[in-house]
Design a protein around this ligand. Structure first.
Ligand code: ABU
Length: 511
């Protein structure tokens, strides 16, 4: 990669020393300089894309924060800097950024760099509009309608409503708010006193922490977000759910909301939706499915069932295209079976924005359906990506990711001395301990797990210092630290999985 000040990153001298005031719109004759500057920045971005996909390049050049502060000039000065310096700043920023699209980046649920979606994000940034009214985002608002309706259709909802939210946690919050509004419409005006009794919600002990956060921020208190035990593979146990509902009812509480997870963050487990939906139906509880992670598998005929069987019985569903579908960050959707709830729940009718006597059909002003005001355009990158891939392209992507996860699982099982698989994966999360040479003869006891749990972060540290590989780790319940490997990038092949396992051995055999 060319580095700061290298010839390919030099603006022409007569442009390099210019300031922002020499560009549009400050200088009406500044188009030529503006063009030169923007094209040079774009060249940098394209080089970053090339380096991201180069297996000979590192994923990151790690430095501790104090050292990074010495390497970078992060000062925001009193006097503005020339264009060449700004170009150098862009170059240096990318030089030290982790390449999350690198084929050996397995660290997060969102991996990869989908180039069509990225193109969409570039266009989105250039169009720079807000998504609250049709007035200023006509094309993007209509795209939202079309794409979200398609997603509801894939879930199995007929009609309904949806919104793009800033992340899965906020999507889950929208579901919570709609559920409470449905049951207690008076809450919006009258507040807490319109609810007779203690509201209680239920979720598995493996759920995303944002579910518990709903209870904290919406006045229930986390003690009233009941954790339902899960089985050995991380799936909610429906019998336990029913038992806990009855327990709370016996205490005079008001159970109202169940969150089922389709694709847990660590193990990738799917809660059994049909029996959970039966229980929700029996006790008249709102069923939300947090499919932020696993939702992508709705697009695969091969893998949708049995994992997501029954999702159409939910009242609401969170589904993040920025995870398994590879859409650029961020792109998170929440879908409702019932139309009209979002607007009824969240509408504040701000007169300066949502006038009812506008030129066009004001139902296309989506801004009053949400609790935020400004809303980022997260649709174009998904729409463009869907145009490029088609639904069948997404299906191929899902099937390929699952195939690679199965390949990795087989490889791990074929080397039981070096790797210990935590659970048989249901998804693309492959969880395991790496076993260094000295522990290979030892029986797999709690004592060995404890040592493996101490070794895991040390190995992760070596990985980051080497810059050749990134895999996440965490403890879970009784299990000490273990690696959670995510395959959600189109860049990954069998060669990269082989590299990953060999690299762990190279970096960790002596631990
Ligand atoms: N729900 C955020 C995902 C975090 C992760 O990448 O593991």
């Amino acid at each position: 990669m060319a580095t700061m000040g290298s010839p390919s990153h030099q603006l022409r001298k007569d442009v390099g020393h210019l300031k922002y005031t020499d560009l549009l719109p400050y200088n009406k004759d500044g188009y030529a300089a503006t063009r030169e500057f923007l094209l040079k920045v774009t060249e940098l971005l394209v080089e970053f894309v090339k380096d991201t996909h180069d297996r000979n390049k590192k994923i990151l050049d790690f430095h501790h924060p104090a050292e990074m502060l010495r390497l970078l000039d992060l000062d925001v000065p009193d006097r503005g800097l020339p264009l060449q310096q700004l170009l150098d700043d862009c170059s240096k920023t990318l030089q030290y950024q982790v390449k999350t699209g690198h084929p050996r980046f397995f660290n997060q649920l969102s991996c990869g760099l989908d180039l069509i979606s990225m193109t969409g994000e570039w266009l989105t940034a250039t169009a720079n509009t807000n998504m609250f009214t049709y007035e200023i985002a006509p094309v993007f608002i209509l795209m939202e309608h079309v794409v979200l309706e398609k997603m509801r259709d894939i879930i199995g909802f007929r009609g309904g409503d949806s919104i793009l939210a800033p992340g899965g946690s906020i999507s889950n919050l929208y579901a919570f708010l709609a559920a409470r509004h449905k049951l207690f419409p008076g809450y919006k005006e009258k507040g807490i006193h319109s609810i007779a009794g203690q509201l209680v919600m239920f979720t598995s002990d493996q759920c995303h922490y944002s579910v518990k956060s709903c209870a904290a921020v919406c006045g229930l208190g986390t003690d009233n977000c009941v954790e339902v035990p899960s089985d050995e593979r991380g799936r909610m146990i429906p019998e336990q759910l029913e038992k806990l509902i009855l327990e709370r009812k016996a205490r005079g509480h008001v159970p109202f909301f169940v969150n089922a997870t389709a694709g847990t963050t660590v193990l990738g487990a799917f809660d059994p939706l049909e029996p959970i939906a039966d229980i929700c139906h029996k006790y008249r509880l709102w069923l939300h499915v947090d499919a932020a992670w696993g939702g992508g598998l709705l697009l695969s005929k091969k893998h949708r069932h049995p994992r997501l069987t029954g999702i159409e019985r939910a009242d609401s569903v969170t589904w993040n295209p920025h995870k398994l579908m590879g859409t650029l960050l961020q792109c998170s959707t929440v879908h409702f079976k019932e139309d009209g709830l979002l607007i009824s729940c969240n509408q504040m009718s701000a007169e300066y924005l949502f006038m009812q006597d506008k030129l066009y059909d004001v139902r296309y002003d989506t801004g009053d359906k949400v609790i935020q005001c400004g809303r980022h355009n997260d649709i174009f990158k998904l729409w463009l990506q869907w145009r490029a891939k088609g639904t069948e392209g997404f299906e191929k992507h899902m099937d390929r990711l699952m195939e690679l996860a199965a390949y990795m699982t087989r490889k791990i099982k074929s080397m039981p001395d070096k790797y210990h698989l935590i659970v048989e994966p249901e998804m693309v999360n492959v969880s395991f301990w790496y076993v260094p040479s000295r522990l290979r003869g030892m029986a797999h006891t709690a004592e060995r797990e404890k040592i493996l749990g101490e070794i895991t972060p040390v190995l992760k540290g070596r990985m980051m210092q080497a810059g050749t590989l990134m895999v996440g780790y965490q403890p879970l319940d009784e299990r000490p630290n273990f690696f959670r490997n995510i395959i959600s990038s189109a860049a990954v092949t069998e060669v990269d999985v082989d590299f990953l396992l060999a690299e762990l051995e190279r970096l960790g055999h002596d631990l």
